[in-house]
Design a protein around this ligand. Structure first.
Ligand SMILES: [Zn+2]
Ligand SMILES: [Zn+2]
Length: 285
């Protein structure tokens, strides 16, 4: 599996490729607009072309986009639902132009109403997003830590959304910090095996297309979203080595979203820590 990272795409999009090379990342996740803002920047074909060219030269792949943080497909506000659908469509189209694999995003919060009452709206919204989206780009639901009445902390909740939409492009990204904080143990080979089995039983192996590799500042089941550098949190090196050794994750790219040792996000030290664990995992299986 590739060891990748979320990198900044500030400036022109191709600048993210250089940032990936600086830290040794083999794959990347980027935003294509500021994540706290609905505004979407239109870009020239030449910018997409330059990005694709540099990514190919640097052998950076796969490429995933991360959707903006304002999206909540369970929102009670009609205008915000329309903005969210529009944002995801734009991201999927941009992803196709960049030669990317998919758009990872957070479904949102039911704000206390319960998942069952918002489910029809979420399903309908996803169908609309996928209706005229490119054929070769996935729309990827990220699991969360279970904080703030967010939807999709548990595998059965993700299945409740994915099964009725019934589209092969609707996939899952597992964030290790969120997985652990929402109550799935992944600290040892045995616990990774049982969490992976639960995932496969409920969602199927083919649902998984990406992992966000983050250690956790909070302990198992604490339902808070606090990323930590690899090996410094409650998941620990043994947990990451077990994940990297498990068959479910063999062809899945891992993207770091860690705070970094200088507080500026994924850095070479974290990339190298994960690469080292990958080497140990591969020699152990
Ligand atoms: Zn995310
Ligand atoms: Zn994440």
């Amino acid at each position: 599996m590739k060891i990748g990272a979320h990198v900044s795409s500030a400036g022109t999009l191709d600048s993210s490729i250089e940032r990936a090379q600086e830290i040794g990342a083999e794959a990347i996740q980027i935003f294509v607009s500021p994540p706290q803002n609905w505004a979407f920047k239109t870009r020239d074909e030449s910018e997409f072309e330059l990005f694709r060219q540099k990514a190919t030269e640097a052998k950076i792949e796969p490429i995933f986009l991360h959707g903006i943080y304002l999206i909540n497909l369970a929102t009670p506000k009609e205008v915000n639902l329309e903005k969210a659908i529009d944002s995801l469509k734009r991201y999927l189209n941009t992803c196709a132009k960049l030669g990317g694999s998919g758009v990872i995003f957070h479904v949102g919060s039911h704000l206390g109403k319960g998942i069952d009452s918002v489910l029809p709206q979420v399903i309908e919204a996803l169908k609309r997003v996928l209706h005229d989206a490119p054929e070769d780009v996935d729309l990827v639901l990220e699991n969360n830590a279970g904080q703030g009445r967010n939807i999709g902390a548990h595998f059965d909740e993700l299945a409740k959304i994915i099964k009725p939409v019934n589209d092969p492009r609707l996939k899952v990204c597992l964030d290790t910090a969120h997985t652990f904080a929402s109550g799935y143990n992944i600290t040892t080979p045995d616990s990774v095996a049982s969490t992976a089995k639960e995932f496969t039983d409920i969602l199927g192996e083919s649902a998984l297309v990406a992992v966000h590799a983050n250690d956790s500042k909070v302990d198992l089941g604490e339902q808070r979203d606090r990323h930590e550098n690899i090996g410094d949190g409650f998941i620990g090196n043994e947990g990451f080595q077990a994940l990297l050794a498990h068959p479910l994750f063999q062809s899945i790219p891992f993207f770091l979203e860690v705070p970094g040792y200088d507080g500026k996000g994924p850095d070479r030290k974290n990339v190298e820590a994960l690469k080292k664990l990958r080497g140990q995992a591969l020699s152990s299986v």
